[in-house]
Design a protein around this ligand. Structure first.
Ligand code: 13P
Length: 283
């Protein structure tokens, strides 16, 4: 199985009105589940690891597992660093064989975000690796009260500058989305998204996919969102699958069987996300 630069997958999705789902993983079981469901649904997928997940599993180990598990599958897969917060995170992932990196300079003043992102683009592009930038700060749903204040949302002028002055391939935008389970149903700011799409012509990325209603996801995709991130829904399904199994069989010591109950539950969440992204049968 060839690993693709993420850009190749996004450009195709952007032109054809679907989004590529990006799934956070941290172990072998997660990778097996993502590739199994991608293969069944014939969906392109992005396997991504937050920088803490990269520290946990190792960049090269993650890439090697993706290659080995998918060796006999004919799929379009990119391996991406999610929320790289330093140049060191980005270098570590590229050295491990990631085909895409996110540099998240969003907490920094705009000028600094631009300068650092530009540096990342220079060396990532030299290695054929895609770069995702971020504008506006996509926080946690636990901070939702603060984060939906305008100061945290993406501003179209800043989005235009970050895109034009760095050469990034795609841009994550904060438009009322957040990571984690939403306490109340979120309402994405489509006026803001429209202002951004008028100024920025690269594919856009929506973080915080867990819990965004299907109609809003579809609207966002129509407007230029070409990658949607999912993590909490997957972890929650995996953990709940294991919890239910152990509630029934508290003394089970069959570690492989226990993990398999988590994987099966996670596979339901993966299939659901692929449906929301409208990425099935695109290979
Ligand atoms: P959720 O955990 O809300 O699905 O968000 C995932 C994400 O955006 C990872 O960057």
């Amino acid at each position: 199985m060839i690993l693709y630069p993420m850009k190749d997958l996004l450009v195709k999705a952007y032109k054809n009105n679907y989004a590529v789902p990006a799934f956070n993983v941290c172990n072998l079981e997660n990778i097996q589940s993502v590739l199994k469901v991608a293969n069944e649904k014939r969906s392109p997928v992005i396997i991504q690891a937050h920088f803490l997940e990269v520290y946990y599993a190792g960049a090269k180990t993650l890439v090697d597992m993706v290659r080995d598990v998918g060796a006999d599958m004919d799929l379009e897969v990119a391996v991406h660093l999610d929320h790289g917060e330093s140049i060191e995170n980005v270098m570590r992932s590229i050295q491990g064989g990631f085909t895409s990196v996110m540099y998240d300079g969003s907490p920094l003043p705009l000028e600094e975000n631009i300068a650092n992102t530009r540096k990342v683009v220079e060396f990532a592009h030299a290695a054929g690796v895609t770069v995702e930038g971020e504008i506006g700060t996509i926080g946690q749903t636990t901070e939702m009260g603060e984060k939906i204040e305008n100061a945290y949302l993406a501003d179209a002028g800043s989005a235009e500058r970050l895109a034009n002055e760095t050469g990034i391939d795609c841009l994550a935008v904060a438009i009322g989305n957040a990571h984690g389970f939403y306490r109340e149903s979120p309402q994405l700011d489509f006026n803001r998204l429209e202002e951004i799409t008028e100024k920025v012509s690269i594919p856009l990325v929506l973080h915080g996919g867990t819990g965004i209603p299907g109609d809003q996801i579809q609207q966002a995709v129509k407007m230029g969102i070409a990658k949607i991130n999912f993590s909490t829904a997957l972890r929650s399904a995996f953990i709940n699958g294991i919890k239910s199994h152990l509630a029934e069989k508290p003394d089970d010591l069959g570690l492989m069987d226990i993990m398999a109950t988590g994987s099966r539950a996670m596979e339901g969440a993966l299939a659901n996300s692929i449906e929301l992204c409208m990425s099935g049968n695109r290979l």
